[in-house]
Every structure is written in structure tokens, then in C-alpha cells.
Design a protein around this ligand. Structure first.
Ligand code: ARG
Length: 462
């Protein structure tokens, strides 16, 4: 039996090409929007009834029909037919099949162009809240870990060379800061996208007396969009969302990279729990940090989505173009990847231990106290540039003698600067240095504890 043609394609001759049917459909991925499509349709139908464009009875038939369809989809009992192209047509066709003529009135004054623009915004608004919650949970896990290591030291690195001593808590809290900005960025994205495009129709609005404020209010939008042409073609928010996901992925990749290195035998700074490691099929001794490697790698796919989204948008002629349908592939993919990585990293963090004994056994290697010594000289009235030179020479001397700065005798110091007195020793050694940090936000114990208190208070509000 030849399937009846879709009723909005009456003027097209013959049946669609089978390859074209497969190529054009988005139902396979946009079915994920079904709840938002139904909610948007109910709001639209209620507004049509308020405006007397449909009767109250038609509205209740539409509403009940849509709710039943929604339940059927969530129960997995709905049969998706890709010849309907997308979730919007699949639901509308099911509604007409269920309630008949009243269903045919639902699309009054509406196009799939403003419909899909509305659906994605509604979906993204919710998804941003979910991502923000996951970020908060991640931050809480890191603050907890920081609190555990608020007295223990590690080397801070620049150029991946030992630089200055830091408290482990400060290292961990640096990630809490990064993810705080990600949280805020997502919030900004949500605020900007939260305007209703519904009622913009295909491109030019409608000759029917639609009440756009009513649908916007029902759907919790903060305003209606000003310009119908922009409303149906704007996907700035989609690119922005994926950019926000990209920065989250980038932050995660830096953390993953650190911990892959820190968990190696060469470093041995941390031990990731066995439940997050894999072994080798050949080498029985292996404990591989595969989860972290995958988190690092997945950044590539999120960046790929960003480039894809920006490229899809580039040079599109004004108005809606089918190109826009591809937005969802990349929005969903970036969201799924980042969402899963955030879940995992939080669990990993809650089950990771810092090997503080091993770290502290070697904490005085690499002249982490050299800058502190230069600052000591500044306190003694030596100009910083001059002090820098003196300490540079002292380090060269120590390297030749195979000694640390703290191991030098006072008369050895005196050969390089007469400004050095016996109080110098309280400025040397990682522990002393960390206790001397006084500037705001420095990587010392006192500052880390203040930051932990700040975050505990801040995150408790969420
Ligand atoms: N599936 C389409 C999309 O995601 C819906 C809009 C189609 N509009 C159209 N005029 N063909 O963009």
C-alpha cells in the first residue's frame, strides 16, 4: 500500500525519494526534545483558545491528546516514523490521528521554525541548570578534598619546572575557581537565550491576533523576542552554549593531564582508586588512568562541535535554512560529553588520595625557596634585581656543592651578600616559605583555609 502523502506537501508531485527521506530526517535525534515540544504546543493552544482562534473544547482535546502522547513516548510505546521528518511533525500527526479535526488546528499561526527555536531554548534552559548542579557537586568534592590537604605541601610548577612551594589545598582550589567561571558563563548564556521566539512563525509573524506574551509567560520566558526574522534564524545561543561546554572540557582536560602525570611512578603524587583504573591485557602490573585519558581526549569532540556549529552558522542567508537542523547534533553531543565527564571526575576526586609522605620527602629539591630568599634580601634593603642576581649565584654554588639553600652555612651566605644574617633560615625550606606567604590569595595554608571557608559558605547556598 502506498502511504498517504504528508498533508503539508500536497503540491509536491509523487513520493519522496527513499534516500532523501533518510537524509532529511532529524527525528532520530530530535525526539529527545519531545517534552519541550509538547509543553510548547500546549502553551500555544491555550493562547489560541484565549484569542478565540480555537474553542475551549478544542483546546482541552488538544491538551489531553498531547499529554497522552507524551506519556506514550516516555513509556517507550510510541512508534516513531521517520517519514514524519522530525519530532514536531511526528507529534502533530499522532495528535491528528488521535483527536481528528481539532488536532489540525494546533499549528495555527505557527511554523516549525519558531517551534524548534522555542523547543531548543526550553531544553537548553533546563540542561544548563543540570550542568550547573553538576559543576556545584564537582566544586564541593574539590573543596572537601582541599580541606583534607590544607596542611600538606607540594611543589607549584611553572613551565612544568619546580617553582615555589604551595599547599595542596591551594592547588585543588584553583580548579574550584575555574569551574565557578564556567558556572557563571552558563548562567549568562541561559539569561540571554531566555526570550520567546514563539509567534514569529516561519519568518514574518502572522496576520492572526496571536498573543505572544501569553505563551512567553506560560513557558517561563522573561520576554518575547523583538524581531521575527531574527527569532527564527538566531542560534547564537547554541554556539555560546557549546563554547561554554568547550571551556568546561578544557578545564577538565588540564586537571586530567595533571592527574595522569601525578599518578605516574615518576611523580607518585596521587593514587587514583582502582575502581577508576584499568589494567593491561599484557602487562599484569599496570594501573592505567584510562578514565582521565578519555576525559582529556573527549575535549576534542567538544571542540569539534563548536567548530561545526560556528561553521554551520557562517554565511547562511537571512531567515531559516535547513542547515539549522544540524545544530542539535552538536548541542546534544557537547552536552552529553561534558555532563558525563563532570559526573566521573567528581567520583574520581572523592576517591583520590595524595601521597603526602612521598611529596614531602622530596619537597626541598629544586630550590623552591629561592624566590623567598630573594624577598628576604628585599626586606634587608637590597634592590630586588640585585637580590635576584645574588640568589641566582647562590643556587649555582649549591648545585656544585650538591646542597640545598637551607644547608649552607652563614659564612657561605656572607660570601655572596653581607646583608644575609642568621635569621635567614626562617625564610628557607618549603614549610617556612609557605608559612611566610602574606599576600591575598597566595598559595599558603592561611589563605587556603580562608578560601575553603568562603567556598563552603558560597556552595551551601546552591
Ligand atoms: N527539523 C527542523 C529543524 O530542526 C524543524 C524546522 C523545519 N522547518 C522547515 N521549514 N523545514 O530545524
Amino acid at each position: 500500500m502506498v502511504k498517504p502523502k504528508k498533508n503539508w506537501e500536497k503540491h509536491l508531485a509523487g513520493q519522496p525519494n527513499a534516500l532523501a527521506v533518510d537524509f532529511v530526517e532529524s527525528l532520530s535525534y530530535d525526539k529527545r526534545l519531545y517534552k519541550y515540544d509538547i509543553v510548547g504546543s500546549i502553551a500555544h493552544a491555550q493562547m489560541l483558545a484565549e484569542q478565540k482562534l480555537i474553542t475551549k473544547s478544542e483546546f482541552s482535546q488538544i491538551k489531553n491528546g498531547l499529554i497522552e502522547i507524551g506519556e506514550k513516548i516516555s513509556d517507550g510505546k510510541f512508534k516513531f516514523d521517520k517519514t514524519y521528518e522530525d519530532i514536531h511533525m511526528a507529534i502533530e500527526a499522532a495528535l491528528v490521528a488521535k483527536i481528528g479535526d481539532a488536532g489540525k488546528k494546533l499549528h495555527t499561526g505557527r511554523s516549525r521554525n519558531d517551534q524548534v527555536a522555542t523547543d531548543i531554548r526550553l531544553w537548553m534552559r533546563d540542561e544548563i541548570e543540570i550542568l550547573q548542579t553538576k559543576i556545584t557537586l564537582f566544586q564541593k568534592a574539590f573543596v572537601k578534598l582541599a580541606d583534607k590537604y590544607n596542611e600538606d605541601l607540594m611543589p607549584g610548577y611553572t613551565h612544568f619546572q619546580r617553582a615555589q612551594p604551595i599547599v595542596i589545598a591551594a592547588y585543588l582550589l584553583n580548579f574550584v575557581e575555574q569551574f565557578e567561571r564556567d558556572f557563571i558563563r552558563l548562567g549568562n548564556c541561559s539569561e540571554l537565550l531566555n526570550v520567546s521566539p514563539l509567534g514569529s512563525g516561519a519568518i514574518a509573524g502572522s496576520t492572526l491576533p496571536l498573543n505572544r506574551i501569553s505563551t512567553a509567560k506560560q513557558l517561563g520566558f522573561s520576554a518575547v523576542s523583538r524581531n521575527s526574522i531574527d527569532s527564527i534564524s538566531d542560534r547564537d545561543f547554541a554556539a555560546e552554549f557549546i563554547f561554554d561546554c568547550s571551556l568546561i572540557a578544557m578545564h577538565l582536560s588540564r586537571l586530567a593531564e595533571d592527574w595522569i602525570v601525578y599518578s605516574s611512578n615518576e611523580f607518585g603524587f596521587i593514587r587514583i582508586d582502582d575502581s577508576f583504573c584499568t589494567s593491561s591485557s599484557m602487562m599484569p602490573q599496570k594501573r592505567n588512568p584510562d578514565m582521565l585519558e578519555l576525559i582529556r581526549a573527549k575535549t576534542g569532540s567538544v571542540y569539534g562541535s563548536l567548530i561545526a556549529m560556528l561553521t554551520i552558522l557562517k554565511a547562511q542567508p537571512t531567515g531559516y535554512n535547513r542547515d539549522l537542523q544540524e545544530d542539535k547534533i552538536h548541542i546534544f553531543s557537547a552536552d552529553d560529553t561534558v555532563s558525563a565527564s563532570l559526573d566521573l571526575i567528581r567520583e574520581i576526586a572523592l576517591n583520590t588520595k595524595f601521597n603526602t609522605k612521598k611529596i614531602s620527602a622530596n619537597i626541598n629539591a629544586g630550590f623552591l625557596d629561592a624566590t623567598s630568599l630573594a624577598e628576604y634580601l628585599v626586606e634587608k634593603g637590597v634592590a630586588f634585581r640585585h637580590a635576584h642576581g645574588i640568589v641566582g649565584e647562590l643556587v649555582t654554588y649549591c648545585e656544585k656543592q650538591n646542597k640545598s639553600l637551607a644547608e649552607l652555612k652563614l659564612d657561605e651566605f656572607k660570601k655572596y651578600s653581607t646583608a644575609i644574617e642568621k635569621d635567614v633560615y626562617s625564610w628557607l625550606g618549603a614549610e617556612n616559605v609557605v608559612n611566610k606567604y602574606v599576600s591575598e590569595g597566595a598559595a599558603g595554608k592561611k589563605q587556603a583555609k580562608e578560601q575553603i571557608a568562603f567556598w563552603n559558605q558560597q556552595l551551601a547556598k546552591r
